[in-house]
Design a protein around this ligand. Structure first.
Ligand code: ATP
Ligand code: MG
Length: 174
């Protein structure tokens, strides 16, 4: 790929600092990291980044979460042999939160497993070296952003992952 992605071990580095940024900026970074490989796989990535709220982010970790979610979609496209593969990343602001939605048209998540995909070691890809930790760790990382939320819903033709993070300046008193 030629571009280096910081790995999860970084997340446990002590003293890592949150930095103020927008969700949109992180989406551009994930896009930049994955652009070549998405193109080579003929996946159309659509960005609609309207969020301007500033949030406190563990930037590397946050970008890694986006990479995880996008890679899951890619793996699903391959698994299902989807030809008009599309991923859309959208961000927007609500009153006190910034929201990001990552959706795909890879067929969605089977109802029998949809409640388990954030569990540690849950994977349908053990035969392809899946660890089943990707979404579990992603959820933990998002939670470390002021109790942020990561959840999934099935949409028409695919899955949509939602991230919600409280805006900076609304710090809980400590
Ligand atoms: N976009 C998606 N569409 C359909 N199913 C998905 C999607 N994203 C995740 N899944 C399902 O959720 C499971 C868990 O995902 P998770 O990323 O935690 O683990 P994994 O991809 O199997 O392995 P790894 O830890 O290496 O990422 C996947 O095995 C897959 O079955
Ligand atoms: Mg994964």
């Amino acid at each position: 790929m030629g571009k280096i992605i910081s790995n999860f071990s970084d997340f446990y580095r002590p003293n890592k600092q949150q930095e103020e940024d927008t969700l949109s900026e992180s989406a551009f970074q994930a896009y930049w990291l994955l652009e070549e490989s998405l193109l080579s796989q003929n996946i159309d990535l659509h960005l609609e980044l309207g969020s301007k709220n500033r949030v406190m982010l563990f930037k590397n970790e946050f970008v890694q979460v986006l990479v995880n979610i996008i890679n899951n979609a890619r793996e699903q496209f391959e698994e299902k042999g989807i030809v008009d593969a599309q991923i859309s990343i959208k961000s927007y602001d609500m009153q006190n939160i910034a929201v990001m939605e990552i959706s795909d048209n890879a067929g969605g998540i089977d109802e029998e497993i949809v409640d388990k995909i954030f569990d540690p070691y849950f994977s349908t890809k053990f035969d392809k070296n899946g660890t089943g930790l990707g979404l579990h760790m992603s959820k933990n990382i998002i939670k470390q952003h002021k109790g942020g939320k990561l959840y999934v819903e099935n949409i028409q033709g695919g899955a949509k992952f939602n991230i919600e993070i409280g805006i900076s300046g609304e710090e809980d008193e400590k």
